[in-house]
Design a protein around this ligand. Structure first.
Ligand code: FES
Ligand SMILES: [Fe+2]
Length: 347
């Protein structure tokens, strides 16, 4: 068995639900080429994007009656991967099926199981239920980032970059007081952080929602990291001094960080908010501000990836206090990868 550099037996977000139609969509997830399409009843099918005949990419073909037709010699496969037609002969040879991937469409996303299909467990999906709850309004975005996925996890879990990378957009203040306020802890196979800021001015984004027009606020920000590479950022604010327990976020940012290859990443993000529901101008604002910030992150992360790749001495990365959460996340991933390698050897 070959060694894998990505965690297997995991759900990875592979597309937004809107992206998958009756036209084939080819994508690479964790170095595996897949094709996604909808069957006649709208169910999403995910097959290996490699025809079992001569390995032509099925994603270049078309969907006919809910089945995918290979663009080369016209073999057809149903959503389960079974070959249903060989145009050039009557007999369908045995074993000529396309490899099928377990898939779940939920929370307006398409999650694909990378690993042993027998182990696919829906309970392992991240809980992004606000995406489809009437109590929240969500905007979705996507960035293709030419960098290793771990650099995206680092970025989301280390807030000390805000004052530098996002100087122009988020206009965040300096990082000096932040670290003192930030707690980081590991809970099972998750890493969590929490930071509470009392009696501060509302940020531009909070002000734009018109919840706090004047006056100062207490605010909190929490992050949750879950395997293989999900990060949930939650933000809450209340009028200063009104609450001790600030648990309920006013908006959340679920991040699905899906490796494409070792040096490229599909990044599906969203912002769900609990107020100004359905207000299109607020949705546009949230989308634009978040996209602008992630554009800045992506530019920095891609530049960083180029420097890491060309480093003649292959020096390891250095860790500061602000990296505590990403160090925790990387530790969980490394431990799991080791277990995976040991199990693969034993198999
Ligand atoms: S390669 Fe697909 S039908 Fe021949
Ligand atoms: Fe950022």
């Amino acid at each position: 068995m070959t060694a894998h550099i990505f965690l297997r037996d995991q759900w990875y977000a592979a597309a937004t639900a809107a992206e998958v139609t009756d036209k084939p969509l080819g994508r690479k997830i964790c170095n595996e080429d897949i094709v996604m399409f909808r069957g006649r009843d709208g169910t999403v099918a995910v097959l290996e994007d490699r025809c079992p005949h001569r390995k032509a990419p099925l994603s270049l073909g078309r969907v006919i009656d809910g089945e995918i037709e290979c663009p080369y010699h016209g073999l057809r496969f149903d959503g389960a991967g079974a070959c249903t037609l060989v145009p050039s002969q009557r007999r369908i040879p045995r074993g000529l099926d396309a490899h099928r991937y377990p898939v779940i469409e939920r929370y307006d996303l398409i999650f694909v199981w990378i690993g042993d299909a027998a182990n696919a467990d829906p309970a392992l999906l991240p809980d992004w239920s606000p995406h489809t709850s009437p109590e929240w309004t969500t905007v979705h975005g996507y960035h293709y980032v030419r960098a290793n996925y771990l650099l995206l996890i680092d970025n989301l879990l280390d807030l000390t970059h805000l004052a530098f990378v996002h100087r122009a957009t988020l206009g965040a203040s300096g990082p000096s007081d932040w670290l003192a306020q930030q707690q980081v802890w590991t809970e099972g196979e998750t890493v969590r952080t929490r930071r509470v800021m009392r009696d501060v001015a509302p940020s531009g984004l909070v002000r734009a929602t018109k919840r706090f027009v004047d006056g100062r606020i207490d605010r909190f920000q929490t992050s949750w990291f879950g395997l293989p590479s999900y990060v949930l950022v939650s933000l809450g604010a209340e009028a200063a001094g009104t609450r001790d327990d600030m648990e309920l976020p006013h908006h959340i940012v679920p991040n699905n960080i899906t490796p494409e290859t070792e040096t490229t990443t599909h990044y599906f993000w969203s912002v769900s908010r609990r107020y100004a529901l359905g207000e299109a101008d607020i949705s546009t604002l949230f989308f634009n501000v978040t996209k602008a910030a992630f554009d800045e992150d992506a530019a920095m992360i891609e530049a960083q990836q180029r420097m890491i790749a060309s480093d003649p001495r292959h020096e390891p990365l250095a860790n500061l206090d602000g990296d505590a959460a990403s160090v925790g996340a990387r530790r969980l991933i490394t431990r799991k990868l080791k277990l995976q390698a040991t199990a693969a050897q034993a198999a």
